[in-house]
Design a protein around this ligand. Sequence first.
Ligand SMILES: C[S@@+](CC[C@H](N)C(=O)[O-])C[C@H]1O[C@@H](n2cnc3c(N)ncnc32)[C@H](O)[C@@H]1O
Length: 410
Amino acid sequence: MQYRLLEKKYQLYDAERDYKLPEKSFRINLLINLAKMTGIRDTPFFQLLLFSKIKNYLRFIVLRQVYINFKNVNRMVNEGMNSNIFNSFMKLGIVLDVISVNENVYSLKNEYQLDERDFSQLIKFESASYPKTVEKILADYKFVEAVTVTNSDSKLGEIMRKKDYVYIKEVLIYLKEINKMDIKQQISPSFSEDFYTDLGELAFNIYTKDNYKKFIENRSFKKILDIGCGNGNYIDIYKGIIGTQIVGVERQTKVYEKLTQKYKDNSNVTIHNKDIIDIHFDGKFDMINMSYMLFYLTYEEKISLFTKLKEILHEEGSIIVCQYYPDFNIHQELIARHYKNWDLISRFKYDICNSILQAEVLLNNMLIDFAQAEEWNSFLEILNFCGFKVDEISPADDTYYSYFITITHI
Ligand SMILES: C[S@@+](CC[C@H](N)C(=O)[O-])C[C@H]1O[C@@H](n2cnc3c(N)ncnc32)[C@H](O)[C@@H]1O
């Protein structure tokens, strides 16, 4: 979709109009009840059942962190906390309808309020005489947790090994990192850095690859730079094209070593084990690819990166970014309507994925591997400052989670 058209539609959008959450729709609830009756069986209903529990899984994680981090849950304010973590945590609570805000003072919604004895049980993941809403989110948390640790010999384990579920299972495990959140500072995750590289590869193969191939169908590139190339998912798409030169940059040495092995017979592929901020290029590229990589850089580093890209992108060339953004619901609706994918079931899925996205944004802020979560307006500001503009924006997956953003010189 042309970005100019999207911007025009955005300006005409009535943000005040009533919006009913798909999870509250009668038809969706009917289907969820059918899914409950079908239970743990390998049918499309199981996906619906699992999806219907994800928001409650996150609600429980958020509620527990509220009670760990705030003495007065009716007046949660940022006192000596890390602003990025605090803000994205509160935003997640609002997206999940667990927290409300009034003039920068955040409060826990009534239906989630607990007395002291009960919340100390909740912090320990234990049962107590909780109100019905809290009972329900704890039960759903336990269901989803069982899905993530299930042993592969069980019926559930067998379902979770299928293509439709392998990625979602990894993401649900990843989201559990929020249970270790420190609202004052970034923390180290419980896994090594190549976890994201491998998760990126899984997502690429399941959700992105076919959309990407369609997206570049009528384009051809002679010299490509792939920044933060990970396991080489994008390089693989181009490596067989005669006359195309590909340069990959990957700062993790372990990943770089795997890449040099993988491309040892491809003379048109060169990989550098460097940080993109420190590398210098002599020639120009006609396409520069950056997929799930911008949140590793600070604002200043992104300015210096795009200043460098301004020098090395061919006059007619383009940068293609694949990325997700918080606060993108209106854009999501406009793009999905443009592609005629705005039916109730799809909207139900987008809504759940948007809460996962907000949780990923919190993780981008709270884990030490990242600099800070990406924000759309700040991204546009950097592009404009460095002499670039957004030309086109297309969904990178069928849940309108991430987008391919085509950027060109102003
Ligand atoms: C989430 S992975 C995505 C990999 C791949 N682009 C994809 O979409 O499948 C991001 C990769 O960027 C690399 N990376 C992060 N910051 C970098 C930097 N400053 N310079 C070079 N590589 C970087 C990471 O090591 C990681 O392998």
